[in-house]
Design a protein around this ligand. Structure first.
Ligand code: DP6
Length: 357
């Protein structure tokens, strides 16, 4: 008897232009486009195995070895249903001899190679790996952009992990979301010197989840309306141009400005949301000073900080500066060395790379 099983991995991505706000919470359609860098497979990734079998009595899911409920109508159930629909439409309806895998239940096991509690975008890599493993199991002849439409319905930021390198999530305008998908801006090979340093400031579970926090922002922040209409469209164009030109100074300026504005709209929410702590702010001050000295010498900015919905810093820089920046941070935050080690070494010095997806 045949065994129908496939395994796929997907890495975490870290946004330079932040997604924060939904215009449709069920389909997960965003209020603005966003852009991210996909980190290297070897560092922070989810690996997911899916199996379809006629003897299975229900769809089941295990996360890091522990069985989780698949809530009817929830995000996980939606992704699985959408993948079965694609299998039927793209394979079984066209090739009647193919096994009817869309009618079998699936068992899915997923592992993260990093602590889920560290607040490091585990849902992004998780849903991207889920969709990739089912796509492989179902032998779907579709593009990563098509798969991104489904990963998006698991977690918005997950759609960007279907590509490696530099990736945009175009917000789209359609009510059915069919144009709200991930597109490649440039592959990793276009700018292989780009590095991301992850500074784990705290591995506590974050206070306000992205999902609930961003809806509160949509409902209460007037600054968000300004950001959506007047700021993000220009930044998307400018950062795409900076990436294409490999202009690090411009890339860094836009990335830091957008991180700052994301945290400003969080603060403009009622009640206000604070994701950064004193250590996060001290790291910002250090990078600002490091860049000031570099600009003064005529070299332009050499590092860009960015923060998601938590206090951990991600610092983008070019390879030639990685050692200097790590030394700088260790010098100013010696107390952090121990706690960083508990997570996954002092820093994850990660390259960006293509996904297996
Ligand atoms: C701050 O993708 O986790 O990381 O769509 O509700 O699952 P849901 O939200 P999620 O939000 C990510 C927010 C962010 C910015 C970003 O990654 O663009």
């Amino acid at each position: 008897m045949s065994v129908y099983q496939a395994t796929a991995s997907a890495p975490v991505n870290i946004a330079c232009i932040k997604y924060w706000g939904k215009r449709d919470t069920k389909l997960i359609l965003p209020t603005n486009s966003s852009l991210s860098v996909t980190l290297h497979q070897d560092h922070l990734r989810s690996t997911t195995t899916s199996r379809a079998d006629p003897s299975f009595e229900s769809d089941r899911l295990w996360l890091n070895g522990k069985e989780e409920d698949i809530k009817a109508g929830g995000r996980m159930a939606t992704c699985i249903a959408e993948m079965k629909r694609l299998r039927k439409e793209e394979v079984e309806d066209k090739q009647p001899n193919e096994p009817k895998l869309s009618s079998y239940h699936v068992h899915i096991a997923s592992f993260n190679n990093f602590p889920t509690a560290a607040g490091l975008a585990s849902s992004a890599s998780g849903f991207a790996a889920l969709v990739s493993s089912l796509a492989q199991l179902y032998k779907l002849p579709v593009s990563p952009s098509t798969l991104s439409l489904i990963a998006r319905q698991g977690s918005g930021s997950a759609c960007r992990s279907l590509y490696g390198g530099f990736v945009a999530w175009e917000q789209g305008t359609r009510a059915d979301g069919l144009d709200s998908l991930a597109v490649e801006v440039a592959p990793q090979s276009h700018w292989p010197e780009m590095h991301a340093l992850i500074c784990v400031v705290s591995d506590d579970k974050k206070g306000t989840s992205s999902t609930s926090g961003m809806q509160r922002t949509v409902e209460t922040s007037t600054l968000l309306q300004h950001r959506i209409a007047h700021v993000v469209p220009k930044r998307m164009a400018a950062i795409s141009a900076a990436i294409k030109a490999r202009d690090f100074d411009a890339f860094a300026q836009i990335t830091m400005a957008d991180s700052n504005q994301f945290h400003a709209v969080a603060l403009d929410t009622e009640p206000p949301i604070f994701y950064m702590n004193d250590v996060s702010r001290a790291i910002i001050a250090l990078i600002v000073e490091y860049n000031r000295v570099s600009v003064e010498k005529g070299h332009g900015r050499k590092a860009a900080y960015t923060y998601d919905a938590g206090p951990n810093a991600v610092i983008y820089t070019l390879k030639e500066n990685v050692k200097e920046i790590i030394e700088l941070i260790v010098r100013y935050f010696p107390q952090a060395v121990g706690s960083f080690k508990d997570v996954f070494g002092l820093f994850g010095g990660v390259d960006v790379a293509q996904t297996g997806g």
